[in-house]
Design a protein around this ligand. Structure first.
Ligand code: THU
Length: 129
């Protein structure tokens, strides 16, 4: 959150995730003069996740500039869904939540298995080329 680039909203956001291999990856929001192009902290986090070796998220926490828990926006729930480990915990305002509670009936990787004859896999961090 201290690294956020927020000249327009002045609303810094920080996100951190524990990866199944023990890594901790982080992200911050990165705004843009073309306001709609702003990257949320979760977007930056999943970029860092993939670029640092990939893997699945087992725990996730997002905060605002005061360190208060912040729930991911709708788009970011979808981003997190793509990389969540089974049983991932996400901190909500009243305690831990599951991915299914945060994004019920999600569209996800399982819905795309018909492509490439069902052989597409999300297991290989550099795969699906
Ligand atoms: N923001 C995030 O970084 N993540 C969210 O889930 C919600 C919103 C950022 C985007 C923008 O820079 C600022 O918060 C105000 O919307």
């Amino acid at each position: 959150m201290t690294r956020a680039y927020v000249p327009y909203s002045r609303f810094p956001v920080g996100a951190a995730a524990l990866v199944e291999d023990g890594r901790v990856v982080a992200g911050c929001n990165i705004e843009n003069a073309s306001l709609g192009l702003t990257l949320c902290a979760e977007c930056s986090l999943v970029s860092n996740l993939q670029m640092s070796g990939g893997g699945r998220i087992v725990a996730f926490y997002c905060v605002d500039g005061n360190g208060e828990v912040l729930m991911p926006c709708g788009r970011c729930r979808q981003l997190l869904y793509e990389f969540h480990a089974p049983g991932m915990r996400l901190m909500g305002p009243d305690g831990e939540l599951t991915m299914d509670e945060v994004l019920p009936h999600a569209f996800g990787p399982a819905d795309m298995t018909h492509l490439s004859g069902g052989t597409a896999t999300t297991d290989n961090p550099g795969g699906n080329r």
